[in-house]
Design a protein around this ligand. Sequence first.
Ligand SMILES: Nc1ncnc2c1ncn2[C@@H]1O[C@H](COP(=O)(O)OP(=O)(O)OP(=O)(O)O)[C@@H](O)[C@H]1O
Length: 122
Amino acid sequence: MKKLIRSFGYAFKGLAYATTSQLNFRIHLFATALALLLGYLLHIAAGEWQWIMLCITIVLVTEIFNTMIETLVDLVSPDYNEKAGRVKDMAAGAVVIAAAFALITGIIIFLPKLLLLFNHAA
Ligand SMILES: Nc1ncnc2c1ncn2[C@@H]1O[C@H](COP(=O)(O)OP(=O)(O)OP(=O)(O)O)[C@@H](O)[C@H]1O
């Protein structure tokens, strides 16, 4: 049991490092809070919550993998190396794909509800 608690401690230490060291991770956390707030205020359906939770998970996990890869590349290749640069570029590309998926999903779910709300208010 003690070992399990210690493992969670290390995991939270990793998450805290990602949050404090990476501006992009903090931006994704802000987007997460915004999506959760919008979902709550617009009363989205259970199926829509599942898509939002999937987007949040994919984006945050991809960003953490990107940070991991950057850290590892800096460790094994502190000097300029074309392959090291390519690895970092691909890791960043993965984040862009995840973020685009999340943005499109957010537009599909939230935009019609927001338009309806504004039309009613007008
Ligand atoms: N060792 C290296 N060799 C060659 N190119 C590199 C190397 N390190 C970084 N680069 C290039 O510079 C880009 C930015 O690298 P960097 O490590 O600064 O990433 P970053 O996304 O700016 O990181 P951070 O989020 O920590 O600011 C990489 O995507 C890569 O193209």
